[in-house]
Every structure is written in C-alpha cells, then in structure tokens.
Design a protein around this ligand. Structure first.
Ligand code: BT5
Length: 265
C-alpha cells in the first residue's frame, strides 16, 4: 500500500462538507497517541471539530492502560475534539455516537456485517476490527471537551498481526480479500460522525440509542460483566437513556452498568 500522497489533510478536507467535524485537520506520519495530541490541543483552546490523523502511533492507547496496536501504512488512527455541553454522566452517549458512526462506515466498506459490542468495540466474525476511546475533561461537573479516538484495522494481513491478536483481531482487507483506500474510509467516518453528532445535539440520545440497538446481537444474551474485580452475570436487555447497559439479574431486578468488560456466555 504505502503512505500514499492522498493521505494528506488537503485531500481529507476536499468535499467533506461537515458542520462540526474537520474545522481543522492535522495529518502526521507518526505520533505517540492521536488522543494525547488532541487533548493537548484542547487544553490550548483548539476549537471544536479538530481532527488528528496519524499513519502510525508509538503509544496507541486502549482503555485502562491497555495498548492499541498501531503499525504504519495499514490502519486508521484518528481523534476528534468535540465540545458538547454535557454532564459527565452523559459522556457514554458520545461513545455511542462514535460507535454508530464507525459501524456505518465499516459496513459501507466491508463484505460482511459488523456488530457493536458494548461499550466500545466493533467486531466482524467475532473479531475486533475497531476500538473506540472517548476521553473527557471538564470543570464544575460540566464536560469542557471530549476527545473521540477511533482505531480501525483496514489493510493488515494476518501475518502482520502480533501473536497476541492473531485469534482476536481482523481487518477490512482480511474480510474482503482486497485492500481498501484509507482516505475514503476516513472521509466516510468523518461525515458519519458529523451527521450523528449533529442529530445528537439537536434531538438528544434517543436516535443514537435506537441505531446502536439495531447494530448489536447483544440483547437477549446472557453475559458476564467484569467491573474491576467484580464479575456479575445477567441477561443483556437494552441501553438506557444514558447509554448504560441494563442487565436483568437472576434475582429479577435490573441493574445499569456504566462501564466494564462483557463476555457472552
Ligand atoms: C479500545 O480499548 O478498543 C480502544 C482503542 C482506541 C484506539 C484509538 S487509535 C486512535 C486513538 N488514539 C489512541 O491512543 N487510541 C485511540 P480496549 O477496549 O481497552 O481494547 C484494547 C485491547 O484490544 C487490547 O488489550 C488488545 O487485546 C486489543 N487490541 C489492541 N490493538 C488492536 C488492534 N489493532 N486490533 C484489534 N484489537 C486490538
């Protein structure tokens, strides 16, 4: 594939026609983490809509100290800075906005349908193709900014995956059998994010919660959820109005979870 000349900010901006996303686009060959850089810009008062794209990351991050494998020339690693006026407990809704936008893009380019796994994974054939990392900062219980980080495996071939991901990860190329232009995928992703975010600001979380539910096979299944050292079992019922996962427990009560690792039983 190669780091082609098309993978540049000016090409990304062409015909983007977004309202919120892409006010400023920075494309770099390498960065430690696009989320770190976006957060630095945010602290220096960068405007909403800033997008940081990198061809590779030296310290790509997942949740709770985990890492995101980010080799050059194959994947998409990007972060978007948003400044919605949200209470901290509403932040999960932004992860849902990112999830429904990313899955729409992945389905546009994939020969097989993708599936959302709460809270922040996208899978095809039960293998992870995309991870989301939403981080916020704010004062006085108001979120001042949110950075949405998105990693998508686009053109990796099986031999390029590290041993620890060989059984659990996939890429669009591995699904389709042919390479895909990353620029086209990024453009689709930014457009989808822009319109989903616009809808969210105008109408609140109802529409994104509905779309999320249409793109998951989670509901009705018995799952375990690991939250720190606690493991709890229950039947996944729905997402509530804050994007929390509602489980029906054995005792007949429902409980809503903000975060955690789920495993299907
Ligand atoms: C995530 O965390 O899935 C969030 C990943 C977000 C990455 C983006 S890239 C742009 C932006 N800048 C950053 O620094 N991060 C964001 P989590 O649910 O904690 O999953 C992490 C786990 O996924 C790891 O422990 C591995 O098991 C697995 N993993 C790591 N790299 C992978 C990859 N490239 N493909 C599939 N699985 C991967």
């Amino acid at each position: 594939m190669g780091y082609d000349y098309e993978f540049e900010a000016k090409n990304l901006k062409k015909n983007l026609n977004c309202i919120h996303v892409g006010t400023n686009i920075v494309v770099l060959p390498q960065v430690d983490s696009t989320n770190n850089l976006a957060k630095e810009h945010a602290k220096n008062n960068a405007p909403e809509g800033l997008v940081i794209v990198a061809d590779s990351q030296t310290n790509g991050r997942g949740r709770t100290g985990r890492s995101w494998h980010s080799p050059p020339e194959t994947g998409i690693y990007l972060s978007i800075l948003l400044k919605p006026n949200l209470r901290p407990e509403q932040i999960s809704l932004i992860t849902l906005v990112a999830g429904v936008s990313a899955i729409a893009t992945i389905n546009e380019f994939s020969n097989l349908r993708a599936n959302l796994k709460w809270p922040n994974d996208i899978l095809i054939n039960n293998k992870k193709i995309c991870g989301l990392l939403c981080e916020m900062a704010g004062k006085q219980n108001i979120s001042h900014f949110v950075v949405i980080g998105i990693g998508i495996n686009v053109n990796q071939i099986p031999e390029q995956l590290p041993d620890n991901l060989k059984q659990t990860a996939t890429s669009l190329r591995m699904i389709n059998g042919s390479p895909i232009n990353r620029l086209a995928v990024i453009k689709s992703l930014l457009k989808n994010l822009d319109s989903e975010y616009h809808l969210f600001l105008a109408e609140g979380g109802h529409s994104v919660i509905k779309k999320w539910a249409l793109n998951t096979n989670l509901f009705g299944q018995t799952v375990s959820i690991k939250d720190g050292s606690n493991v709890i079992y229950g039947k996944a019922m729905r997402l509530d109005e804050l994007g929390r996962l509602v489980l029906l427990m054995d005792n007949g009560y429902e409980e809503a979870f903000v975060s955690g690792e789920i495993t299907l039983k």
